[in-house]
Design a protein around this ligand. Structure first.
Ligand code: ZN
Ligand code: ZN
Length: 360
């Protein structure tokens, strides 16, 4: 199954910790990545908000390491002694264009068996680990990435551009998990949905909710993001959640504690709030338990996603990327040597996902 004998020339962007410049390192990847492993050449990676949380010290991360966990690429080698497969049981083949899950999970521990694969007790997470000689090239800001057994690999149709496919591995799949947790089939028809935060997650959620016929309100104080939300199917866009009539489902995707409070306050009887934006330390909020009890409300948290949600994400993008302007959310690619600049631009941008082309 090995592509070629010997090694493949590779480069990666080494992150040495908060405040340190990125260093591009030249290395090589074994052309036989090992049993069950897949070597992918990265065509395009996008900078996720959580990469920025790491770079700017809003959460701890091991270093030196390779950041990046949203990317699309092509399979260049498959390890001997293993036969990685897609969900439909077809074998992964050299040349396939693929995205892969943020996490690799064992499939056997009690969290995996319980359907919480993203909380596997033996979890490995792309773009979140220290450099590791046993798992080289473990992040997306690199020319190549080594995929471990237990990674969900999803083939990407040629009709889906790189700019649309790359964010699937985190943003789009997370939103698929959020909508799954919302249990929309429990609610009124059409379901009334409030989304707080109109960044990449928020507008993706608006499009997914609109595509299934929901009534969608989006709340974001930024005028540029507000206009974008309309282009992604929002029926109502406001700067203050108090302007939104009661809803069945509230999706909190901004991470702001006041937005969390607004989501809970917006719910009608039987409503459900799904919180997914709060991924760095923030102020606690207070809740009124009597209000929750008397109104039969549910509050649930979603972090990352299950393997099936990455497939949902790619299916959704393949079907709908022409209807909603996903490609316009991603700026032209920087090369690996300019990753520092791209990270700074991403931190200053109100909407656009910055992208990185490791082979450029
Ligand atoms: Zn992410
Ligand atoms: Zn596990």
């Amino acid at each position: 199954m090995t592509a070629v004998d010997g090694a493949v020339a590779a480069r990666y962007a080494r992150w040495d910790g908060v405040g340190q410049p990125i260093t591009v390192v030249t290395t090589s990847a074994a052309s036989d990545p090992g049993p069950g492993r897949v070597l992918v050449a990265v065509d395009l990676a996008t900078i996720c908000g959580s990469d920025l949380h790491t770079v700017y010290g809003r959460r701890d991360a091991p270093h030196p390491g390779i950041l990046g966990h949203e990317q699309v690429g092509r399979v260049v080698a498959i390890g001997s002694g293993g036969r990685p497969r897609y969900a439909n049981d077809a074998e992964v083949a050299i040349g396939d264009r693929v995205v892969w899950s943020l996490t690799a999970s064992c499939g056997r521990c009690r969290n995996c068996v319980w359907g919480l694969e993203q909380k596997c007790l033996h979890l490995k997470k792309y773009g979140h680990e220290a450099l590791d000689s046993a798992w080289p090239l473990n992040g997306g800001f690199a020319s190549h990435c080594v995929l471990l057994p237990g990674t969900t690999i999803v083939e990407v149709p040629d009709s889906v551009p790189d700019t649309v496919a790359a964010p699937a591995s985190c943003a789009t799949a997370t939103v698929a998990a959020v909508l799954d947790a919302a249990e929309l089939d429990r609610h009124r028809d059409p379901t009334r949905i409030l989304i707080t935060g109109a960044g990449m997650l928020g507008v993706t959620a608006a499009a997914m909710a609109d595509a299934i016929g929901a009534w969608v309100a989006v709340c974001d104080p930024d005028p540029v993001r507000q206009e974008t939300a309309y282009n992604f199917g929002a029926d109502l866009v406001v700067g203050d959640a108090e302007e939104v009539p009661p809803v069945d489902v509230a999706l909190e995707l901004s991470g702001s504690p006041t937005a969390v409070e607004a989501c809970i306050a917006s719910l009608d009887v039987g409503g459900r709030a799904v919180l997914a934006g709060s991924v760095s330390a923030s102020q606690p909020i207070s809740i009124d338990p009597e209000h929750l009890v008397r109104n039969l409300m549910t509050i649930t948290g979603v972090h990352n996603y299950r393997p099936l949600h990455l497939r949902t994400a790619i299916d959704f993008l393949a079907t709908h990327h022409d209807r909603y302007p996903f490609a316009e959310l991603v700026a032209a690619a920087a090369d690996l040597d300019h990753l520092d600049d791209a990270l700074r631009t991403a931190a200053a941008s109100r909407l656009l996902r910055q992208s990185v082309c490791p082979a450029c």
